[in-house]
Design a protein around this ligand. Structure first.
Ligand SMILES: Nc1ncnc2c1ncn2[C@@H]1O[C@H](COP(=O)(O)OP(=O)(O)OP(=O)(O)O)[C@@H](O)[C@H]1O
Length: 270
């Protein structure tokens, strides 16, 4: 892991956001350093997606500051923020189901005006990270499994080589029954030493593939990653730190080792 520099990649202070006249975010601080994976956790409706949209520019901020590598961004357009280095994979992933994997990636290149050698190297980087995409270039996005679609969406967000990657519920769409089964096993799962039993379950394999990609991104690219995730074991596996959100503010935070069952019961369980 790359040592964090003194300026965080993302820094949020005293953030307040309203939706339709209601105060949704009630003033909190959050930061993500280079090379860090930070999980923003919380029950349904507490304001996690609103936080992400406040960072990306999808919602206007009422008060507070958001900086990217030290530069204030909270008054900039979403496009300007993306150009400065924010890659965003929204909930549901937003891939084009009728376009092939390759076309989905090429659309991403066109949208961001990436051409020639830069395009080839951006695609190469995505295929290195997600070899499964290279094997499926001519498949339609809509027929990929949930985990593969997630990899495609993350790959597309990485084409611009962002400083900060934001993921909204990356395990969503991987069968809940399978995610439930994974339970404690996932915590112990080391991708490099997957057992045969683990490999036989598609859901486990896909969750593991996404985890592996998140780890690789952190280690090889010194990316800062902020992920919204309700699946506690996934967070324990991939994140360095966590923030627990409740009713628009942060109620607990710390190193991932401090995400004890007691903290989960108090701050995160319904
Ligand atoms: N477009 C909207 N109009 C009105 N209220 C909204 C809108 N979007 C979100 N909200 C409200 O804002 C609050 C926070 O929503 P948000 O989507 O940020 O929560 P969340 O923590 O991401 O939950 P989930 O995991 O269910 O997506 C909720 O009470 C929600 O009802």
């Amino acid at each position: 892991m790359v040592a964090p520099s003194s300026t965080p990649v993302l820094s949020i202070t005293a953030l307040e956001t309203d939706i339709g006249g209601s105060r949704i975010l009630r003033g909190f601080d959050l930061k993500v350093d280079a090379g860090e994976v930070v999980a923003l956790m919380g029950r349904n409706g507490v304001g996690k997606t609103t936080t992400l949209r406040s960072i990306t520019g999808g919602l206007p901020v009422r008060a507070g500051n958001i900086t990217l590598a030290g530069q204030p961004i909270h008054r900039l357009s979403a496009d300007a923020r993306a150009r400065l280095g924010i890659g965003y994979v929204p909930q549901g992933r937003d891939i084009f189901p009728l376009l092939t994997v390759e076309e989905n990636l090429r659309v991403g290149l066109v949208v961001h005006g990436i051409k020639g050698k830069a395009a080839a190297s951006a695609l190469g980087r995505v295929y290195d990270l997600f070899p499964v995409l290279k094997e499926m270039l001519s498949r339609k996005g809509g027929v990929l499994s949930g985990g593969q679609q997630q990899q495609l969406a993350i790959g597309r967000a990485l084409l611009t080589n962002p400083k900060l990657l934001i993921l909204d519920e990356p395990t969503e769409g991987i069968q809940p029954s399978i995610i439930d089964q994974i339970g404690d096993t996932l915590k112990k799962l080391k991708v490099s030493t997957r057992t045969e039993e683990e490999q036989t379950s598609e859901g486990r394999k896909e969750a593991a593939e996404i985890m592996e990609a998140v780890r690789k991104l952190r280690e090889e690219h010194a990316l800062a990653i902020l992920l919204v995730e309700q699946y506690v074991d996934f967070c324990r596996e991939v994140a360095d730190r966590f923030y627990a959100m409740d009713r628009g503010t942060i109620t607990a935070s710390g190193a991932i080792a401090a995400l004890t069952d007691e903290v989960v019961a108090t701050h995160l369980q319904v």
